[in-house]
Design a protein around this ligand. Structure first.
Ligand code: URA
Ligand code: CA
Length: 434
């Protein structure tokens, strides 16, 4: 087999066979095939696309390029939730204990990563003592005992995806929906879940800014999952404004606690019920979505979900008393209120600009090497559609730095107030099951 022929076939719109796809993925991982040929193929894929079969094969080939996590020692159906990423997305912190409280095993492998705030692990590490350094055996034991554990990335998962992603990054081929879908799904599948619930975000703060693109990505990911025998569904949710009110690591832990107590922001709570009921049904812990939702609500009302969160924190070395006393979480030196300059209705709160403002405070990492400040961030007092009077607080800025004029400026330009009314955006745009 020759790489030249594979490039030519895709360039001319042909469908690659399993053997051809495995040849280039394996060859590239072993560095037998040079970057320039793979670059040419990626560009051909960018223009010609891939069929559902090609996408599923590419995904499997990337999964097979490295280690696979074996969760078979955990009893029950393991359902993973994946979000394509947004600003102030606190759902994992709420969902993990919430669905675990109904007996759904949550075996979460998570990362730190780059972004406006830290990843799930960074957020959890805002809890004093909490750690994610577990051996594989400890991880499995904890999930069997408590139904929930979170571990840092271990093993050499999907090395082919790592190499291909880096190459796409420098060859203008990241924005290809089949390549994005295969990349994300390869990591989920290698992590061992039996079923996958995807939260595909759309809007200013999302990777997929456009609703039609988000739907297409969701369709392709669901198709890949189902092709390789993992039940997969996707929810398309709004990320035009940040989710909930808190953006920042310790602030989001506090928001998660409030949500588990039943006092969370409406949008975050609703998204957790929507995603959570899908997870519960996929795990066979409820007959249908309505039943699942009732059970989730009940778990919050009775305090079962909150108790589950405490157990989870304590089992990984964390101080569970933060749940009753959030002042034990890291706090920023200053709390500054950003006041509205005029009265009216909030028209928009541009999610990615708010994320940038949080990053400027130190809540996220700009590069892999940068440190993050777990205490800092933003709390929104108003959301789109709310009315506001001049002088009222729009945002509380939690800062450890003296100079925050630029942050304030960024926030003022990302929040638009006008006299005419405005409606809050829909939270859920679509659900995709095939
Ligand atoms: N995130 C991924 O993991 N892969 C992509 O290709 C794009 C976003
Ligand atoms: Ca939030």
């Amino acid at each position: 087999m020759r790489m030249y022929d594979i490039i030519e076939k895709k360039r001319d719109g042909g469908e690659l066979t399993e053997a051809e796809i495995r040849f280039f993925v394996e060859g590239y991982t072993k560095e037998d095939i040079p970057d320039y040929q793979v670059s040419a193929l990626l560009m051909a894929i960018y223009y010609q696309g891939m069929t559902p079969e090609e996408c599923a094969t590419l995904t499997s080939a990337m999964v097979d390029s490295g280690d696979k996590i074996d969760l078979s020692a955990i009893s029950g159906i393991k359902v993973d939730k994946h979000s394509t990423g947004g600003v102030g997305d606190t759902t994992t912190l709420v969902l993990a204990p919430l669905v675990a409280s109904l007996g759904v095993p949550v075996a979460k492998m998570s990362g730190r990563g780059l972004g406006h705030t830290g990843g799930t692990i960074d957020k959890l590490e805002a809890i004093p003592g909490f750690h994610v350094e577990l051996t594989g055996d400890e991880f499995i034991e904890l999930v069997n005992k408590n139904k929930v554990a979170v571990v840092g990335q271990t093993g050499n998962l999907t090395p082919a995806d790592k190499k291909l992603y880096s190459l796409r990054d420098v060859t203008a081929t990241v924005d290809s929906i089949p390549l994005i879908a295969s990349s994300i799904m390869s990591k989920k599948i290698a992590s061992g879940a039996d079923a996958i619930v995807l939260d595909v975000k759309t809007g200013a703060g999302a990777f997929m800014k456009d609703l039609a693109d988000a739907k297409e990505l969701a369709h392709q990911m669901v198709s890949i999952g189902n092709h390789v025998g993992r039940k997969t569904m996707a929810v398309i949710s709004d990320m035009s404004q940040p989710l909930g009110r808190a953006i920042g690591n310790a602030l989001e832990v506090q928001e998660a606690i409030e949500t588990l107590k039943g006092n969370g922001p409406t949008d975050l709570t609703e998204l957790c019920f929507t995603l959570g009921s899908q997870m519960v049904v996929l795990a066979n812990k409820a007959d249908n979505l309505d039943d699942a939702r009732l059970k989730l609500k009940e778990s919050i009302q009775t305090g079962k979900a909150l108790a589950q969160f405490k157990t989870f924190i304590a089992s990984q070395g964390g101080d569970a008393s933060v749940v009753d006393d959030p002042t034990l979480l890291p706090a920023a030196a200053q709390k500054i209120e950003l006041k509205a300059k005029n009265s009216g209705t909030i028209q928009s709160i541009i999610a990615d600009d708010i994320g940038t403002a949080a990053m400027m405070l130190g809540a996220g990492r700009a590069t892999k090497e940068s440190d993050i400040d777990l205490a800092v961030g933003l709390v929104l007092h108003k959301k789109v559609g709310d009315s506001v009077k001049a002088g009222e607080t729009l945002v509380t800025i939690h800062a450890n730095q003296e100079q925050i004029d630029e942050v304030k400026e960024k926030l003022y330009t990302s929040i638009t107030i006008a006299e005419h009314p405005a409606k809050a955006p829909s939270l859920i745009y679509d659900m995709i099951t095939e």
